[in-house]
Design a binder for this molecule. Structure first.
Ligand code: INS
Ligand code: FE2
Ligand code: FE2
Length: 315
């Protein structure tokens, strides 16, 4: 029996196409997308990817993480954090220094990975580089997409994990049931607030995601850093960084009524990126020293032509 699933993919910068996912009974441990992408069936622990229900000690930690996250991420909290961190007056660091700093941290919200974060950055960057060799902006986007997790470090405020990692969601409007562990929102003060708990809340239909206050964390922070340093990273790169944890949108198709036409176009790239972000989490270790020169050259290149401020004034 063959299972066929439709999934939109982007073949090049401008055109969105439809690929077919074929799951063949002869291939038991992977799913092959017709565009050549192979989805492994199990993560580094031998479990399904993003399985938040499975009984395990890892998932107990994860549940507690989302309890705190869903109770504390309020519209007011996220707006205050954004305002404060948009000043970019915290520590200054180069991209590579930040990658190395993340060596210390394991993301408590992640059911698929228990490697230090630098592994994940390089695993996803290397995987996307293999399939998109000419899109160096995409390699760099992958390398830096999770760098906002430096917020966990004392130099950046030593924030608790619930305020840095995990899936993100819009605030200022109703919480959608497709958000992981959504039952914890009942204890969020915004849940009972009539100004914030309707479908549109403080927003208007198709207002555009740029106007939406997302739960605060590493995505929005890294976006602020890139934007605040006047990066010329393509809009798709910025969109990926800013919304890569918004699984309710890019996986479940919720909240599409907040999107404008540009968001819809960008979403195609985000979906491409997500495959590499998620499915590159494996026990295959990257030899950091071996790949470092390539990424340094990329950083150096963007330093000269594009990202001078990000490189010099990371934060
Ligand atoms: O646990 C993961 C991890 O923190 C990722 O970096 C983030 O992008 C995901 O959305 C989240 O669920
Ligand atoms: Fe992330
Ligand atoms: Fe990631």
């Amino acid at each position: 029996m063959t299972v066929i699933v439709q999934e939109p993919v982007v073949n090049n910068a401008n055109t969105a196409a439809t690929a077919t996912v074929v799951e063949n009974e002869n291939v038991v441990d992977e799913v092959l997308l017709l565009d050549g992408f192979v989805i492994p069936k199990s993560n580094a622990f031998g479990h399904n990817f993003r399985d938040y229900e499975k009984e395990s000690s890892r998932n107990a930690i994860l549940e507690e993480f989302y309890r705190k996250n869903h109770i504390n991420q309020t519209y007011e909290f996220a707006r205050k954090m954004k305002e404060q961190y948009a000043k970019l007056d915290k520590a200054r660091m180069s991209i590579w220094e930040c990658c190395e700093l993340l060596n210390e941290y394991v993301d408590e919200s992640d059911p698929d990975l228990d490697e230090p974060q630098i592994e994940h950055l390089l695993q996803s960057a290397e995987a996307i580089r293999k399939d998109y060799p000419d899109e160096d902006w995409l390699h760099l986007t992958a390398l830096i997409h999770d760098l906002g997790k430096v917020l966990l470090h004392p130099s950046f405020g030593a924030h608790p994990q619930w305020a840095v990692v995990g899936d993100t969601f819009p605030l200022g409007c109703a919480f959608d049931d497709s958000i992981v562990h959504h039952h914890f929102f009942k204890e969020n003060p915004d849940y009972e607030n009539p100004a914030l708990n309707t479908k549109l809340g403080v927003y208007t239909e198709n207002c555009g995601l740029d106007k939406v206050t997302m739960s605060w964390g590493h995505d929005e922070y890294m976006y602020l850093v890139a934007k605040g340093n006047n990066t010329t990273l393509p809009p798709a790169g910025l969109f990926i960084i800013r919304f890569h944890s918004f699984y309710a949108l890019h996986r479940c198709g919720s909240y599409t009524y907040l999107m404008n036409d540009e968001d819809k176009e960008m979403l195609n790239w985000l979906k491409v990126f997500n495959k590499y972000d998620l499915y590159s989490k494996s026990k295959v270790r990257i030899n950091v020293e071996e790949v470092k020169p390539y990424y340094l050259s990329l950083i150096q290149k963007v330093y000269i032509y594009i990202y001078i401020y990000i490189y010099n004034y990371m934060i």
